[in-house]
Design a protein around this ligand. Structure first.
Ligand SMILES: *[C@@H]1O[C@H](CO)[C@@H](O)[C@H](O)[C@H]1NC(C)=O
Ligand SMILES: *[C@@H]1O[C@H](CO)[C@@H](O)[C@H](O)[C@H]1NC(C)=O
Ligand SMILES: *[C@@H]1O[C@H](CO)[C@@H](O)[C@H](O)[C@H]1NC(C)=O
Ligand SMILES: *[C@@H]1O[C@H](CO)[C@@H](O)[C@H](O)[C@H]1NC(C)=O
Length: 578
C-alpha cells in the first residue's frame, strides 16, 4: 500500500465515520411521539414469539430511563430494582472480581454490573496477568492521589491556567494528566477509552475523560477507580479544548517537527490521533516518553479509534506490553472488562432482555448489521450476504420445504433451540430471517427464534437515551455464544471484544447495489478491534515521508480482515492452532 492509497481511503469517504458516529440510534430523532410508539415497536418484536407477561413488562424499560440525567446517579446511585442476591442465588457462586482484575470495595448497589457481569459472561479465556493486576492497582492509587478534588490536582490546574511550565513533571507532585476528548459514536468512544487508558498506564498519567456532549458519560458508565472520579471536572482551564485540531501550536506534530521537541512555553501538549491524523501527529505512537512528552504535565488527546496496536511498535513500551499482556490478543477484552461497567439502568435493560429472550436457548447467535449508506432502504444484497455467511459457516440451520407435510408433535427437550439476537438500524433483515424460519422447518428440527431489541423507527431519544440503548445492545451482543459482525463497524468491534468472541466478519460492500462480496465473510484472526489509524512508519527511523506496510513488521500486529490499511493485534501462537 502506498501513501496515497492510505490517505485516500481514509479521507475519500468523508461520511463513513460520521455514519458510525450516528450509531444506529441517532438517525431520525424527529418523531415526537411518546413511549406508546415504543410499546408498539416492541410488540412487533415480541409478536407471536413470547407470552403476554413480557408484553406488560417491556414499557417499564422505557419509563425507567426517564430520570437518568440526574448527576447524582454518578456517584451515589441506589437503584434497587436489580438485586444482586436474585442472581447470585442462581447456580454456583462466581468469582465476581475475575481473578483480581477488579478491585473490591465499591458499593455493589451503585454499580451492579461490576458485581453481576461474571454471572452472565463466560469465564475469562484470558485471565489478567499478575503484572497487569499490579499495574492496575498502582494506576488506581495514582488516580486517587492526583485526581480531581486533591491538592495536587488543584495545583496542576492552576499551573495549567497560569501557563507556568516546568521541565520535569516529577517535580510537580508526581502527578501528570491525560485528558481524553470524547467525540463520535459510542463504539468509537469505547475503543478510545480503553486504549487511551492503556496509554495512561504506560506513561503513568492520570486519565480524565471529557464527559461528552450532553454530559452523558455518567449515564453510560460507572466510575472505574475507587474513591475518585475519571470525569474531567466541568471547569477545565483550557478554553475550547474540544476544538483543538492538528494544526494547533501545541500539537505533537508541531512540537516534534517545528520545535525540536521543546515544550518550553507550552501549557500542554495536544495529541491528535483521529483516524485521519497526519503522519507527523501519528509520531506520538513512537514517542519515547523519556524524551520530551514527559516534560508536559498536561497532555490532551483526541482519538476516535483504537490506538492500542500502534503502541506495540514503540520500543520504549514493548517489554512492558509483553509483561502486561502475555497474550497479545487480549488487550481490549481485559481492559474493557476492567474499565467499562454499564450503569444500573443499562445493566437492567441488558439483564431483563437476556433473561426474557436469550437465557433459556441452547445456543445464542449475535448478528450485528451495519450498513454504511445514508438512505434508509434495506438492501437485498446485504440479506443475501448474511444468509450466505451463516449458511457457509454453519451458524444458522438450513431450512427444508415441508409443504403438505404434517408437523410432528413437540417432544420435550428433543429439539435444540437457538436464539438469534439481531442489532441494527433496520428491522427488515430480522423480519426476513424470522419469516424464513416461520414458513419453513429447519433440517434437523432445531427451533430458531429471532430477537431485535431496537431499530431506528420511532427513535425519539436524546443522545443519552439512545446511547444507553446502544450500550445495552453492545452488552447483549457480548453475551451471545457466537457473533457475526459488519466490517468497519466499531459497534461490532466493541461487542466482540467485551464478549471475547472471535467474530465472523461480513466484508463491507463498497457499493450496496452490486452483488454481495464473495466470500461473504471470514472468521477473524482474533477478538481484538481493528485500529483505523495506525502509524505507517517505523519507530526506529521515524521517517514519516514514506508509508510503510506496518502490518508486516510484527507477528502480532497484522492487517485487519475488513480494512486493508487497518491493524489489529493477534496472538500468532493461538492463531496457528485454529
Ligand atoms: C468458571 O470459573 C469458576 C470459578 O469462578 C469455576 O468454578 C468454574 O468451574 C468455571 N467454569 C468453567 C466452565 O470453566
Ligand atoms: C528548563 O528548560 C529551559 C530551556 O530548555 C532551561 O533554560 C532551564 O534551565 C530548565 N529548567 C530546569 C529547572 O531544568
Ligand atoms: C510547522 O510549521 C509550519 C509553519 O508554521 C506549518 O505550516 C506546519 O504545519 C508545521 N508542521 C506541523 C507538523 O505542525
Ligand atoms: C453502484 O452500482 C450500481 C450498479 O452497478 C451503479 O449503477 C452505481 O453507479 C454504483 N454506485 C457507485 C457510487 O459507484
Amino acid at each position: 500500500m502506498d501513501a496515497d492509497a492510505r490517505s485516500t481511503e481514509a479521507t475519500d469517504e468523508p461520511s463513513w465515520l460520521e455514519i458510525e458516529e450516528a450509531s444506529p440510534f441517532t438517525a431520525k430523532k424527529t418523531d415526537n411521539t411518546t413511549a406508546s410508539s415504543d410499546v408498539r415497536r416492541w410488540s412487533s418484536v415480541v409478536n407471536g414469539t413470547l407470552v403476554v407477561l413480557i408484553m406488560t413488562m417491556t414499557p417499564v424499560l422505557f419509563f425507567l430511563s426517564g430520570g437518568l440525567t440526574s448527576p447524582t446517579v454518578w456517584i451515589n446511585s441506589t437503584i434497587s430494582s436489580i438485586g444482586t442476591s436474585q442472581t447470585t442465588q442462581r447456580g454456583p457462586k462466581r468469582d465476581v472480581l475475575v481473578g483480581g482484575l477488579l478491585v473490591p470495595g465499591f458499593d455493589e448497589q451503585s454499580c451492579a454490573s461490576r458485581y453481576q457481569a461474571a454471572y452472565y459472561h463466560k469465564n475469562m479465556t484470558r485471565p489478567a496477568s499478575p503484572y497487569l493486576i499490579k499495574r492496575l492497582r498502582e494506576q488506581e492509587a495514582l488516580q486517587l492521589r492526583c485526581g480531581p478534588g486533591t491538592e495536587p490536582y488543584t495545583r496542576a490546574s492552576e499551573r495549567l491556567k497560569s501557563g507556568q511550565t516546568t521541565n520535569d513533571t516529577d517535580d510537580v507532585d508526581g502527578c501528570s494528566y491525560l485528558v481524553l476528548i470524547s467525540y463520535r459514536g459510542l463504539g468509537n468512544r469505547m475503543l478510545a477509552m480503553a486504549s487511551v487508558f492503556l496509554y495512561a498506564l504506560l506513561t503513568n498519567r492520570v486519565l480524565l475523560v471529557d464527559t461528552g456532549y450532553g454530559n452523558t458519560l455518567a449515564d453510560l458508565f460507572c466510575e472505574p477507580f475507587p474513591g475518585t472520579t475519571w470525569a474531567l471536572p466541568h471547569y477545565f482551564p483550557v478554553e475550547n479544548f474540544k476544538e483543538l485540531g492538528e494544526d494547533a501550536p501545541e500539537s505533537y506534530g508541531n512540537v516534534f517537527v517545528n520545535r525540536s521537541g521543546s515544550v518550553t512555553g507550552l501549557r500542554f501538549v495536544y495529541l491528535h490521533l483521529d483516524h485521519a491524523a497526519s503522519p507527523a501527529n501519528r509520531l506520538v505512537y513512537c514517542d519515547d516518553h523519556r524524551e520530551f512528552l514527559h516534560r508536559a504535565q498536561w497532555a490532551i488527546i483526541r482519538t476516535d479509534q483504537y490506538m492500542a496496536p500502534g503502541l506495540f511498535f514503540n520500543p520504549a513500551y514493548q517489554e512492558e506490553l509483553s509483561r502486561l499482556f502475555p497474550k497479545k490478543d487480549s488487550v481490549f477484552y481485559t481492559l474493557s472488562r476492567y474499565l467499562l461497567h454499564p450503569t444500573n439502568d443499562i445493566w437492567g435493560m441488558v439483564t431483563r432482555y437476556y433473561n426474557s429472550y436469550l437465557r433459556n436457548a441452547d445456543e445464542r447467535l449475535g448478528i450485528q448489521i451495519r450498513v454504511f449508506d445514508n438512505s434508509d432502504k434495506p438492501f437485498q444484497q446485504v440479506l443475501d450476504q448474511i444468509l450466505a455467511c451463516t449458511s457457509q459457516e454453519h451458524l444458522l440451520p438450513g431450512v427444508v420445504s415441508t409443504s403438505g407435510v404434517a408437523p410432528a408433535l413437540p417432544t420435550a427437550g428433543a429439539s435444540k433451540s437457538m436464539a438469534v439476537l439481531v442489532t441494527g438500524l433496520s428491522s427488515w433483515y430480522h423480519d426476513n430471517i424470522r419469516e424464513m424460519y416461520w414458513k419453513s422447518a429447519t433440517i434437523d428440527g432445531e427451533v430458531v427464534s429471532l430477537y431485535q431489541p431496537s431499530h431506528e423507527e420511532h427513535q425519539l431519544w436524546f443522545h443519552s437515551k439512545h446511547d444507553m440503548k446502544a450500550l445495552a445492545e453492545i452488552y447483549l451482543l457480548s453475551l451471545t455464544d457466537k457473533i457475526v459482525t459488519s466490517g468497519w463497524s466499531t459497534f461490532g468491534y466493541v461487542g466482540q471484544g467485551i464478549g471475547g468472541h472471535t467474530p465472523w466478519i461480513l466484508f463491507r460492500p463498497m457499493n450496496y447495489s452490486e452483488p454481495a462480496p464473495d466470500p461473504p465473510c471470514t472468521k477473524a484472526m482474533s477478538m481484538e478491534p481493528c485500529s483505523h489509524g495506525a502509524p505507517g512508519f517505523e519507530c526506529t527511523r521515524k521517517d514519516i515521508s514514506t508509508n510503510l506496510d506496518t502490518g508486516v513488521l510484527l507477528p502480532h500486529v497484522r492487517p485487519c480482515e475488513d480494512m486493508s490499511w487497518g491493524l489489529k493485534l493477534t496472538d500468532p501462537a493461538i492463531e496457528k492452532k485454529v
